[in-house]
Design a protein around this ligand. Structure first.
Ligand SMILES: NC(=O)c1ccc[n+]([C@@H]2O[C@H](COP(=O)([O-])OP(=O)(O)OC[C@H]3O[C@@H](n4cnc5c(N)ncnc54)[C@H](O)[C@@H]3O)[C@@H](O)[C@H]2O)c1
Length: 392
C-alpha cells in the first residue's frame, strides 16, 4: 500500500521571506578546519552576511583557509578565540564555532559572555557538565545559541517527526536508533576525532548524537531517567586496523583515546525505552534500522551504510487497516533548494536578527548530551546509573 495520494496530510507549509541586506550580519569563525569549509560555503551564499574574522590555534591556518575559500579582507591575526572575541573593533554579531569537541564549551561560554550569538558545531560538548555551563552563559547573555544538527532539516527527518506527531503510531513505547560503519574511523584530516584531548568522545559524539536526534526530536525529546551504557575501542587501538594500514598510519592506534563502538539502554520519561548502538568500526554491515514502536503503528527507518544525515530507503509504517495487517510505504523525500548547511546557517541568522528562538535549542540538545554522557559514565562504572539534568 502506498500513500502518495495522502502525503499532503504530512506536507509542511513554507513561507518565503525576503532577506533584509541593509545591515550586514558580522560573523567570525572559531576553528578553521574541515567542517569550517562547509560553514564558509554556506555563509558566503547569505546576502546579509559579512565574514569579518577568523582564528585557529594553528598559526597561519585561518589566513590560508580564507584565502583558499576566496574570501578577502578577513582579520585572522589572532592566536586564540579569546583574542578574536576581545577585538571589539570587529563589531561581531556572532561566531560560528567549528573546533574539535573538547573546544566547544570554552569558546561558546566566552562568546556568550561577550554578548555574541553562537552557532556551535555538534556534539553540543563532551560532558553534560560542560553543556550545563554553556547553558548558564546562554541564559545570562540572552543571546541565541544554536547547535549544528543540520540533518534534522532533511525532509525525511521532518517526515518522521510529522508521522509521530500525527498520532498515526499511537502511544510510543519503544525507540531503537543508531548507526554503523563497518570500517570508518574518521582520520582523513589527522587525529582530532580520535584523541581524548581533542575529540573526548568518539563514535558517540560524532554520529551517535545525530542518530539520537533523529528519533528524540521526533518523539519530543523526553528526558532520560536511567541508562546502562557500554563502549569499546577494539578497532581504534589496533595498529593492524585495516584503514590505518591502508593509510600508512599504524601509530594512530596509540593516539586513539575514545570509543569506536557504544551502546545504551535508556529509560525515558513518558514510559519510553530507547535502545541505541553506534559504530565507527565493527564486524557487521549495519547496526540495524531505526524503529519506533507505537500502540497503533510501528515505523521502520532503513539505515544508511554510513551515517549521512538521511535515510536508507522508504519509510515503512506497519499497522492494521480494517483488521488487516498492512505496511504503508512512504517514499524518500527530496531535499530541494539550499543545502542543509545553508538552511542551518540561515535559520540561525534569522533567529539572531529577528529576536527569535534558537532553531536547534540547547534545551533539547542537552538531553542528547545527557544520554551520551550517561552512556560514558555507566560504561566506566559497569552498571546502570540515574541521569539528572540540572536546571539552568
Ligand atoms: N555538522 C556536521 O556535519 C559536521 C561534520 C564534521 C564535523 N563536525 C564537527 O565539527 C567539529 C570540528 O570538526 P573538524 O573535522 O572541522 O575538525 P578539525 O580538526 O579539522 O578542525 C578543528 C579546528 O579547530 C581548531 N581549534 C581548536 N580549538 C580552537 C580554539 N579554541 N580556537 C581556535 N581554533 C581552535 C583546530 O586547530 C582545528 O584547526 C567537530 O566537533 C565535529 O564533530 C560537524
Amino acid at each position: 500500500m502506498a500513500i502518495n495520494d495522502n502525503l499532503d496530510a504530512f506536507k509542511e507549509v513554507h513561507s518565503e521571506t525576503s532577506i533584509d541586506t541593509s545591515k550586514k550580519f558580522r560573523i567570525g569563525f572559531i576553528g578553521c578546519g574541515w567542517i569550517a569549509g562547509a560553514h564558509l560555503r554556506a555563509l558566503k551564499n547569505q546576502p546579509d552576511v559579512e565574514i569579518v574574522a577568523g582564528c585557529d590555534l594553528i598559526p597561519g591556518k585561518a589566513a590560508k583557509f580564507f584565502e583558499e575559500g576566496g574570501v578577502e579582507g578577513v582579520k585572522t591575526d589572532y592566536a586564540s578565540h579569546k583574542e578574536m572575541i576581545d577585538d571589539k573593533s570587529l563589531n561581531l554579531d556572532a561566531v560560528t564555532i567549528c573546533t574539535y569537541n573538547r573546544q566547544h564549551a570554552a569558546p561558546a561560554i566566552y562568546a556568550l559572555e561577550n554578548g555574541l550569538n553562537v552557532l556551535l558545531e555538534k556534539p553540543f560538548t563532551v560532558t553534560l557538565e560542560e553543556a550545563v555551563e554553556v547553558m548558564k552563559a546562554e541564559k545570562k547573555s540572552g543571546k541565541i545559541l544554536s547547535i549544528g544538527f543540520q540533518p534534522r532539516l532533511d525532509e525525511n527527518m521532518k517526515m518522521i517527526k510529522r508521522i509521530v506527531e500525527s498520532g498515526e503510531l499511537g502511544k510510543i513505547y519503544y525507540i531503537q536508533t543508531g548507526g554503523g560503519r563497518r570500517r570508518g574511523i574518521p582520520t582523513p584530516f589527522g587525529t582530532t576525532f580520535i584523541e581524548k584531548e581533542t575529540g573526548g568522545i568518539g563514535a558517540l559524539g560524532d554520529i551517535g548524537c545525530y542518530s539520537l536526534d533523529m528519533l528524540l526530536n521526533a518523539v519530543g525529546y523526553p528526558k532520560p531517567l536511567t541508562v546502562t551504557g557500554y563502549k569499546s575501542a577494539f578497532f581504534g587501538t589496533d595498529p593492524n586496523y585495516s584503514n590505518y594500514v591502508k593509510s600508512g598510519h599504524p601509530e594512530y592506534a596509540e593516539k586513539f583515546g575514545v570509543d569506536d563502538f557504544a551502546a545504551g539502554f535508556v529509560r525515558l520519561e513518558g514510559d519510553i525505552i530507547l535502545d541505541f548502538r553506534i559504530s565507527w568500526a565493527m564486524n557487521m554491515d549495519t547496526a540495524g534500522d531505526a524503529l519506533i514502536l507505537g500502540t497503533k503503528g510501528g515505523l521502520r527507518i532503513p539505515s544508511t551504510e554510513c551515517w549521512n544525515g538521511s535515510i536508507g530507503g522508504p519509510l515503512k509504517i506497519y499497522h492494521e487497516v480494517a483488521g488487516s495487517q498492512v505496511c504503508t510505504e512512504i517514499p524518500v523525500q527530496k531535499n530541494e533548494g539550499p543545502s542543509l548547511f545553508e538552511k542551518k546557517v540561515r535559520a540561525f541568522i534569522d533567529a539572531c536578527k529577528n529576536g527569535g528562538t534558537a532553531p536547534i535549542p540547547s534545551s533539547q540538545i542537552v538531553i542528547n548530551q545527557a544520554i551520551l554522557d550517561g552512556i560514558c559514565k555507566s560504561a566506566e562504572l559497569g552498571h546502570e546509573i540515574e541521569i539528572t539534568i540540572p536546571e539552568v
